[in-house]
Write a protein that binds this ligand. Structure first.
Ligand code: UD1
Ligand code: CA
Length: 474
């Protein structure tokens, strides 16, 4: 069986044009680092060894690599002497026979499928080198593919070293290659730094192999967007948009309705069942799972949430929370981490919840803050209720039972427990437990001071209005 013996991912570059404090390959698209996208594609070839050449910000890149691909071996290139030098260092780690893939860490759109096809062609042709090429509408900046009169690959010329005629060539080097290990090792001993950048170019091995009479073949990629490399933040957003379209297309084909794919952003790590509807302006990130029939949006964010079947999330921001089947969230709800909203429950307009559970069918319909609380089933939390969970030093828990009616504008000062079936009077400040079936009243009794306005605010519109009522009554 033919298999890939070694994958080399080049990721030592400085990424200067990103103007970033983060290493280039650690920038993210669709919830994954650029490096992680590349390693996912490469992993489809199941290489025996994977070596990632690191240099710029190598500590951060290496620790990220250990997290996402612990079996991959980081290779330090202390000084960036070019792609040829980087590959040479990767080979020095240990001798490898057979087939070697070389690719860059900054091409996140490359797919495993394309790599598999390239690998199959390389094996079939028994080539010393196979180069993935692409025809670009704007080839500026890339190495150009120079073919001879028989249409065979002759050499690769970098933009900076190219003649005017060569610069007009639209076919470019993607930076993805398959090599016969022995042929590569020999060719690498022959590359020089005789070029404009004074670097060891990996691309020079092509002309060297060709001169040695080895078989070198170019394969044109089907979809040129796959090989787009990221050098600056404009290209980062361009690639992010291609990735968004690819993810959305796959979701729609699988049965998810997306009304406006251009404003719908779904991470790779999210799982969305068929028959979910995503409305415009919606972002689904992290390990979010959405079950069938749920409707999300417009303008909603779900980060690391679980959403049950048939639930609705409208104009809301939700993180780290579970939302039960047929629950209703929003418009304008803010679910912070650690909420468990049961089936058929409702969290309404301008409600913030944190680290709280809401039982089946229970409602927090308007203008409330619920923090560190457990709320039972069938309970209603009146408008403008505040769970006062913080005493300025520590957070405290509030327990609310089943079928409770919390009156509007209640302050539940934690720690406090409201028993099953209990009520609180509107406007109460509840500092003591309310037993099951009781009503907690925590407010001053109302008294009316008659004619106060007539005496204290004479001549005002209020006094006139009050006088007219008095006059007509007497
Ligand atoms: C390279 C190719 C070019 C091709 C293009 C495709 C060479 C000489 N040129 O150009 O033909 O069209 O990729 O995107 O190979 N790197 C290292 N160590 C180094 C230098 C680079 O690890 O010393 C890494 C970079 O981090 C990057 C990759 O190699 O991931 C490519 O390097 P970069 O400088 O971006 O090469 P390009 O100029 O884009
Ligand atoms: Ca590049």
């Amino acid at each position: 069986m033919n298999r890939l013996d070694l994958a080399i991912v080049l990721a030592a570059g400085d990424g200067t044009r990103m103007k970033s404090t983060t290493a280039k390959v650690l920038h993210e698209i669709a919830g994954r680092s650029l490096l992680s996208h590349v390693l996912h594609a490469v992993s489809e070839l199941q290489p025996t060894h994977t070596r990632v050449v690191v240099g710029a910000q190598h500590e951060e890149v290496t620790s990220h690599l250990n997290e996402i691909a612990p079996k991959a071996h980081p290779v330090l290139q202390a000084k960036r002497n070019g792609t040829g030098h980087a590959v040479r260092l990767a080979l020095e780690v240990g001798a490898v026979e057979g087939t070697i893939l070389v690719t860059a860490g900054d091409t996140p759109l490359l797919t495993g499928l394309t790599l598999s096809e390239l690998f199959a062609e390389h094996i079939k042709a028994e080539a010393a080198a196979t180069v993935l090429t692409a025809e670009l509408p704007d080839p500026f900046g890339y190495g150009r593919i120079i073919r001879d009169e028989n249409d065979e690959l002759l050499k690769i010329v970098e933009e900076r070293d190219a003649s005017e005629v060569e610069r007009d060539i639209a076919e470019i080097n993607s930076g993805v290659y398959l090599f016969d290990a022995k042929a590569l090792a020999v060719a690498l001993t022959k590359i020089t730094t005789a070029n404009v950048q004074g670097e060891e170019y990996l691309t020079d091995v092509i002309a060297i192999m060709k001169a040695d009479g080895a078989k070198v073949i170019p394969i044109v990629v089907n979809n040129f967007t796959e090989i787009l490399g990221i050098n600056d933040r404009s290209q980062l957003s361009e690639c992010a948009a291609f990735m968004r379209d690819r993810i959305n297309h796959a979701l729609m084909v699988s049965g998810v309705s997306i009304l406006d794919p251009a404003t719908t952003w779904v991470d790779f790590t999210a799982e969305i069942a068929p028959n979910v509807t995503l409305l415009p302006g919606t972002s689904i990130s992290g390990h979010t799972v959405i079950e069938a029939g749920a409707v999300i949006g417009p303008r909603s964010t779900l980060a690391n949430c679980r959403v049950g079947a048939g639930a609705k999330v409208v104009e809301s921001h939700c993180a780290g929370s579970a939302i039960g089947a047929n629950a209703n969230i929003g418009p304008f709800s803010y679910l912070r981490d650690g909420n468990d909203i049961s089936a058929d429950a409702k969290v309404g307009a301008f409600v913030e919840m944190k680290n709280s559970s809401l039982g089946q069918g229970s409602k927090v319909p308007h203008l409330s803050y619920v923090g560190d609380a457990s709320i039972g089933t069938g309970t209603n939390i009146g408008a403008a209720t505040i769970f006062v969970n913080y005493d300025g030093v520590a957070k405290h828990h509030t327990e609310v039972g089943d079928h409770v009616r919390i009156g509007s504008d209640t302050m539940l000062v934690a720690p406090v427990t409201i028993g099953d079936g209990a009520y609180t009077a509107a406007g109460s400040v509840i500092t003591e437990d309310v037993p099951a079936g009781a009503i907690g009243v925590g407010r001053a009794k109302q008294r009316n001071v008659l004619d106060w306005v007539l005496r204290k605010r004479p001549g005002t519109k209020s006094a006139e209005a009050a006088k007219n009522v008095k006059g007509s009554a007497s």
